[in-house]
Design a protein around this ligand. Structure first.
Ligand code: PLP
Length: 502
């Protein structure tokens, strides 16, 4: 580059393609979270909560009428957990870029981002146009092969280090089920060890150790206990708890796979030490277990090569979802090395080995394949993961300074565009099986803290911010500084309404 004489060279940060500019200092995050969980809960002043609730009743009348009617036909009134909101869910009619619009005409800054898939922002025109074009010619489904299925599989294989092949499926839940079946078939071993606290979909065998590590079957209502005969969990950041299990399993059927989210359970709400994935990889190799990364949230959002690219750790199987279909329906896929993916082969590529029974009418369809393909190509062109990450950095730094300004015990940290705002720290509660009499109290406490989190979510929404359950915020590539700064002003209004703030 030509240097201008006398002028200092301006440093422009090198593009990395990754959403994470600086990995969280996990020791410091846990120190703060421990302090939060051991301090009295700080929530909204009573009159502030009432005033926010009144806002809903006064300003969102059309939503209220529809939800009151919907509750007669839909359990709980909404079809998705994330759509629940205190005091009642709202009805949304429009999504555009960084914003959502409700039935009563209010505009919100959207940090839910549909639970993660929309890194380019909601409903981007470019993708919509491609999808419309496809719908005009082919419609959403034929049951037969379409070129976009090949293009998407090729693109993902080129981008992700652990991926030679991709099998599209209908959801992340299905892809997780497929992953453990393939792992068992490939290794001829039985046990699956998952990281405690993580959500790998709602299938029987993986509904184990959900949200709070150590809870084992306690949250798996409706699942017979013996479904978990070969499912186990280990504690985040506790490599010894994993090795103990791997070692014991050697004598009773072996471990087929270790499955984990590479940034930590619940999208990194309990962040993992940066070298933890590497340690798990080493143990999997030592004990002959496959390493499955559930990258339903992290693939493409952390970077086009996924969290595996960021950490430089190659899993044997990768579970995909969300961004894989660019925010369009049927978002799921199992990807991995050829030697394992061969157990899924169909038709002409079928070999002599046994096949895992995996599929689905809508598993691969032109609509989700085209939406995913064009989304990933466009993300590459726009360097979208990194841009969304910078928005997440700005939001998190802003929240941290508000927390300091109002001397609150809250904790904010982020892994790029995945931001966490912990006001009650439920995720840090641990179930202690050495003192089983304490377990009911822990579960009760988690429920009470969740209610308070819902109150915070209600306040954020009344101030025009949508979050994931009041504690997680996904940013996207079109949320520029202006949008983030506006969001911070709104968060500040909520923080001013916390008990004890003058
Ligand atoms: C890490 C992880 N795995 C799996 C799933 C399940 O994906 P789906 O909702 O598409 O079934 C989710 C959903 O949020 C997830 O976050």
């Amino acid at each position: 580059m030509k240097q201008t004489k006398g002028k200092a060279k301006k440093e422009t940060p090198q593009a990395t393609g990754f959403a994470i500019s600086e990995y969280p200092d996990t020791k410091e995050v846990y120190r703060q979270l421990n302090k939060l969980i051991n301090s009295p809960i700080r929530t909204l002043k009573k009159e502030a909560l009432e005033s926010y609730e009144q806002w809903f009743h006064r300003e969102c009348k059309k939503s209220k009428v529809m939800i009151d009617e919907a509750v007669k036909y839909i359990p709980g009134g909404v079809q998705h957990n994330l759509a629940f909101n205190h005091p009642f869910p709202l009805v949304f009619t429009k999504a555009d870029g960084g914003y959502l619009y409700d039935l009563d005409g209010h505009k919100y800054i959207d940090f839910l981002q549909a639970g993660g898939p929309t890194v380019l922002g909601s409903n981007p025109k470019l993708i919509r146009d491609k999808v419309m074009e496809l719908l005009k010619t082919c419609g959403p489904v034929t049951g037969l092969f379409h070129e976009y299925e090949y293009l998407l599989a090729k693109k993902v294989s080129e981008l992700m280090p652990g991926v030679d092949m991709l099998r599209m499926l209908g959801s992340g839940t299905e892809a997780d089920m497929a992953a453990i079946r393939v792992a068992r078939l490939a290794t001829k071993k039985k046990y699956i060890i998952k990281m405690g606290g993580a959500y790998h979909g709602w299938s029987d065998q993986l509904a184990y150790g959900i949200r709070i590590p150590g809870t084992m079957h306690l949250e798996a209502h409706g699942v017979p206990r013996n479904c978990f005969k070969y499912t186990q969990e280990f504690y985040p950041n506790d490599i010894h708890s994993l090795e103990r299990r791997l070692w014991l399993n050697k004598f009773r059927g072996g471990t087929a796979a270790v499955i984990m989210e590479p940034i930590g359970p619940e999208s990194g709400t309990r962040p993992l030490d940066k070298d933890f994935n590497q340690q798990v990889r080493r143990l999997c190799d030592k004990y002959g277990a496959l390493l499955i990364f559930d990258e339903v949230v992290t693939a493409f959002r952390i970077g086009l090569s996924g969290a595996q690219g960021y950490f430089g750790v190659v899993p044997d199987l990768t579970v995909l979802g969300k961004v894989l279909a660019g925010g369009y329906p049927s978002a799921g896929g199992l990807a991995g090395k050829k030697e394992y993916m061969k157990f899924l082969s169909a038709g002409i590529a079928g070999g002599k080995q046994k096949k895992a029974l995996i599929g689905g009418t809508m598993a691969a369809n032109p609509l989700s394949a085209a939406a995913g393909y064009f989304t990933i190509c466009e993300m590459e062109k726009q360097n979208a993961a990194e841009k969304a990450g910078r928005a997440g950095d700005r939001l998190t730094r802003g929240l941290q300074s508000l927390i300091n300004k109002y001397n609150l015990p809250f904790v904010a940290f982020n892994q790029g565009s995945i931001c966490h705002l912990e006001t009650v720290g439920t995720i840090l509660l641990d179930v202690n099986w050495k003192k089983p009499w304490t377990i009911p109290a822990t579960i009760k406490e988690a429920k009470e803290r969740k209610v308070i989190m819902e109150h915070m979510g209600c306040a954020y929404m009344a101030e025009g911010i949508i979050t994931l359950a009041g504690s997680r915020l996904y940013t996207n590539a079109v949320q520029d500084d202006k949008i983030i700064d506006e969001a911070l002003k709104r968060f500040e209004r909520v923080f001013k309404n916390i008990e004890g703030v003058k």
